[in-house]
Write a protein that binds this ligand. Structure first.
Ligand code: PEP
Ligand code: MN
Length: 339
């Protein structure tokens, strides 16, 4: 950490800041500049409350941490990229894994038929919500356990890894029984008891970025899961809230190369929620792979017009297949493999 003293700080105030740094178990080095004095604090600065304490000292202007506050998620801690493998779904280590399926599980025929179609197009994971976080309490809330049973049938029929959302800590055992990857939705990214319960299940976790979460908040949310000892965390950029109204959310693809510089965790992109419009999905999927994403999660519905949720952003199976053909070309161009 670098502790920057205010202009005109007295030698006694600088001395006091240095003593406090030492008392926290760090080593202080006073650097007297022509304009200002700064005190470097050497050592693992992530001592609980250290930054806040030093900021509260008299004549301290500000405190700049050097290390990332997320420890396990940080590239400083683990240099090799983490790859996640669940059944045939491989995300990271040069593999682009694609998870596809409807926003919601609607009935057995729908989920089983779409599972077969997305598998034929190259998806290795099947998505489908059984517990749905809907903005309105009057909207379709999902088939709950019945939907989970249908996902299990689709898994049996196709061998695809099942990815479905869990919305509450007390649902983790039930949802975990039927799924291979637990999805934590954007609205729940900072639901800390849920992050811990999901982490403790030992299941692979797909963590979606909250629509107004910063990169640091996103990585600290991942840290909650990693801290339980669960190493299998996939980050998902799914778009953020901005002033733009030509799209449902703004999809900031810079987060992909940025996260690659900060964390070893694999990153997938959700161009469906990230745009809200099926016509924009294929281009953003290609761009995601081009900028370094390790995978995609895409909404595909056999009949988008009659979907019970998110029809306008869902691809038809035919459009999905076409997109996958294009994606393979981009993947090959950036030296990655895709099923
Ligand atoms: C979903 O995947 O259908 C979903 C609700 O996503 P998000 O949490 O990103 O809104
Ligand atoms: Mn959806």
């Amino acid at each position: 950490m670098i502790v920057v003293m205010k202009l005109g700080a007295t030698p006694a105030q600088v001395q006091h800041a240095a003593e406090e740094i030492d008392r926290l178990g760090l080593k202080s080095h006073v650097i007297v500049g022509t304009e200002r004095t700064v005190v470097a604090a050497v050592g693992d600065e992530r001592v609980e409350g250290a930054k806040q304490h030093l900021e509260s000292l008299d004549a301290v202007e500000n405190v700049m941490p050097i290390l990332a506050p997320y420890k396990i998620a940080s590239l400083e801690t683990k240099k090799e990229p983490t790859a996640v493998e669940v059944m045939k779904l491989r995300i990271g280590a040069g593999n682009i894994g694609v998870i596809a399926g409807p926003c919601s599980v609607e009935d057995e025929a729908q989920i089983v038929s779409v599972a077969k179609l997305v598998k034929a197009a190259g998806a290795t994971g099947l998505r489908g919500g059984a517990f749905k976080p809907r903005t309105s309490p009057y909207s379709f809330q999902g088939l709950k356990e019945k939907g989970l049973e249908m996902l299990a049938l689709a898994r049996e029929a196709t061998g695809l890894a099942i990815v479905t959302e869990v919305m509450a800590p007390e649902h983790v055992p039930l949802v975990g029984k039927y799924t291979d990857v637990l999805q934590i939705g954007a609205r729940n990214m900072q639901n800390y008891p849920l992050l811990e319960a999901a982490g403790e299940s030992g299941k692979t976790i797909l963590l979606k970025r909250g629509p107004s979460a910063t990169m640091e908040e996103f990585l600290l949310a991942a840290e909650y899961i990693l801290k339980t000892g669960n190493k299998n965390v996939i980050l998902c950029e799914r778009g953020i809230r901005t002033f733009e109204d030509h799209v449902r959310f703004t999809l900031p693809l810079t987060s992909v190369p940025y996260l690659k510089q900060k964390t070893h965790l694999p990153i997938v992109v959700d161009p469906s929620h990230g745009t809200g419009k099926s016509s924009l999905v294929p281009a953003m999927a290609l761009a995601s792979i081009a900028c370094g994403a390790d995978g995609l999660i895409v909404e595909v519905h056999p009949d988008p017009e009659h979907a019970m949720s998110d029809g306008s952003q869902s691809l038809t199976p035919a459009a999905f297949q076409k997109m996958m053909t294009e994606c393979r070309k981009v993947a090959a161009a950036v030296g990655k493999t895709m099923a």
